[in-house]
Design a protein around this ligand. Structure first.
Ligand SMILES: Cc1cc2nc3c(=O)[nH]c(=O)nc-3n(C[C@H](O)[C@H](O)[C@H](O)COP(=O)(O)OP(=O)(O)OC[C@H]3O[C@@H](n4cnc5c(N)ncnc54)[C@H](O)[C@@H]3O)c2cc1C
Length: 341
């Protein structure tokens, strides 16, 4: 096992004083509907039940029907077809981050070695980049349509525009002509949103926030100043910027996911903290949801009694008592007002 990095080598994703512990269950109503969720409203799969009543028992109970829950279920069933699986979802199918993200599902095969080396050492940094390559292969295998499948235009490219101040607009055109264009990322208006969230920490776990003016204005200003012909286009009226939604991203304090059996809680497993693609936070890039394509099967191997080596994941992704303690101490140190080295 690779030695743990020192606490001082770990960079954090939290703002200096964003130390309030914020917890919350998913909002039962009043959550915003993303572009994707709007498109599937009324689809019977959203509230699908395979049995009329909740089963009294199952071999495995998965909490959450996002990409993590569904991919864990898929790999579990493929590995043990005779076992029973129950997926519990608090709201509609994929109504969490999976159903409300910017849609950039891309492994990050090339970037980040320096940052990972600084945080975790060269060996782990190489393993992380190897994992990104594996993620790319697994993701491509998953989304490649069958040869006889024609007319599918969902796999268009998406773009990221880096701003001089390190911010980013992610742009996702969903159609070649006349279709919606989705803007996401970490744009200039987001700084004001972050300041507002500092003052309203309870809203951090609230995906009912339907738009924030500074963000909307930043998108409008960017589109009108940077897209040729956009200001004079007949479609350019204020309402086109009003289709907005919010979501909750799970970030780990050291920038890599938590995978494995929960320390001290035998039989309970976690696969979480996947971050979001193309979020640039102090010039850091994250693989985001793509990595779930290797994280989920890795977890299933562990659930079946496999060793960490069997997962082929970097050791620094594993949830261990020492990692939790290190992050906790680092976090506490910051919240106590001590300056971090
Ligand atoms: C606005 C936004 C933009 C993003 N953009 C990108 C992007 O462009 N690229 C990228 O790679 N990543 C992006 N992400 C991150 C990405 O969406 C997540 O990493 C990924 O979807 C996480 O999947 P998950 O299954 O782990 O979590 P989720 O999709 O959040 O699934 C968790 C599920 O568990 C349910 N749940 C929670 N608690 C309970 C409970 N107690 N009981 C029952 N059910 C429960 C929730 O309702 C939810 O459906 C973005 C996220 C957001 C919010």
């Amino acid at each position: 096992m690779t030695p743990a990095p020192s606490a001082t080598s770990i960079q954090k994703d939290t703002e200096p004083n964003s130390t309030q512990n914020v917890f919350g269950f998913p909002k039962q109503d009043g959550y915003t509907l993303s572009h994707w969720l709007q498109e599937v409203q009324g689809n019977p799969l959203l509230n699908h039940l395979t049995t009329p009543e909740l089963p009294q028992s199952a071999d495995v109970v998965i909490i959450g029907s996002g990409m993590t829950g569904t991919l864990v279920a898929k790999h579990y069933i493929e590995t043990w077809p005779e076992k029973t699986v129950v997926v519990l979802e608090a709201r509609e199918f994929c109504s969490g981050a999976t159903g409300r993200n910017a849609g950039h599902c891309k492994p990050d095969q090339w970037r980040g070695f320096d940052r990972y080396e600084k945080a975790f050492g060269a060996e782990q940094a190489l393993k992380i980049l190897e994992n990104e390559h594996q993620t790319w292969s697994d993701l491509v295998a998953y989304v490649t349509p069958p040869e006889d499948f024609a007319g599918y235009n969902g796999l268009q490219n998406s773009f990221g525009v880096l701003l001089p101040n390190g911010g980013l607009f992610s742009i996702n055109p969903r159609s070649t002509t006349g279709g919606p264009i989705l803007f996401g990322g970490h744009n200039p208006g987001q700084h004001e949103l972050e300041r507002w969230l500092q003052k309203n920490p309870e809203r951090r776990t609230d995906d009912g926030l339907a738009g924030f003016e500074a963000v909307t204005e930043a998108v409008q200003e960017f589109a009108e100043s940077q897209f040729l012909g956009w200001p004079a286009a007949p479609t350019n009226h204020p309402e086109i910027y009003s289709d907005r939604w919010s979501g909750i991203i799970a970030l780990s304090a050291d920038g890599v996911p938590f995978i494995g059996e929960l320390p001290g809680l035998a039989g309970q497993w976690v696969c979480a903290g996947h971050h979001g693609q193309l979020i640039i936070w102090r010039f850091r890039y994250y693989s985001g949801m793509a990595r779930i394509f290797t994280a989920a099967p890795g977890l299933v191997k562990l659930m079946g009694g496999g060793s960490w080596a069997d997962t082929r994941l970097p050791e620094v992704y594993q949830i261990t008592p020492s990692r939790i303690k290190r992050l906790h101490d680092d976090y506490s140190e910051e919240s106590s007002g001590l300056t971090r080295l």
